[in-house]
Design a binder for this molecule. Sequence first.
Ligand code: C5P
Length: 238
Amino acid sequence: MEKAEQVIIALDYPTADGARKLLKSLQGIPCYMKVGMQLFYSEGPAFVRELKEQGYKVFLDLKMKDIPNTVMGGAESITRLGVDMFNVHASGGKQMMEAAKEGMEKALSQTSSKDRPILIAVTQLTSISQTVMNEEIGIPGSVEDTVVRYAVLAKDAGLDGVVASPHEVGPIKQAAGTGFYTVTPGIRPAGSDTGDQSRIMTPKQALDQGTDYLVIGRPVTAAADSRHALEAILKEMI
Ligand code: C5P
């Protein structure tokens, strides 16, 4: 896999126009594009189709969590859109994750597409610190233990991988196997703004941990020259 194909750009924009401007400046670089709730809730499936028509791989980051039957229906609709990756919260439980997979398989059985999306689970958001997890959310123990437990649960449910902090890649791979994907946000090139992320790493450090995909938003989208910022990151990854 080319380095750029391991980078997922977070298109966190309020409208499609902002995202289109970024796409124009990054033209020709084969990154994955991530559509999250901000853009999807304003532009809907039409913009996902637009990205697919332009040949991009798309990660639809809607982090579903609801009763299993509802998530099954959601996964079915998302799969029909033709995305390459989507996710649910591991904290929704094993039965909910199995339902997501079932919804995805149902949609696949009704289409001619042979491309099966990568279905992953969110473990703990990378903005959550140890103190917040223990004292606000009420989950005892270390963040790493919770993340690894969620990863093993996701694997048991038949999912393909998890979203986690790059700090947890090693323990996840150890517990769930190297073939179990890790998708890691909380990536900050050396010397950049951390924003609201708390468990961060540089792109190179994250790759050294064995991560499969790097999710990068503001270091590219908020840069004065986004193409230059992305090229510098890709160079850092070699
Ligand atoms: O701008 P930044 O690089 O922090 O963007 C990270 C992206 O990854 C955001 O779109 C955020 O929603 C997403 N994300 C995250 N932590 C997770 C799951 C997704 O930061 N656990």
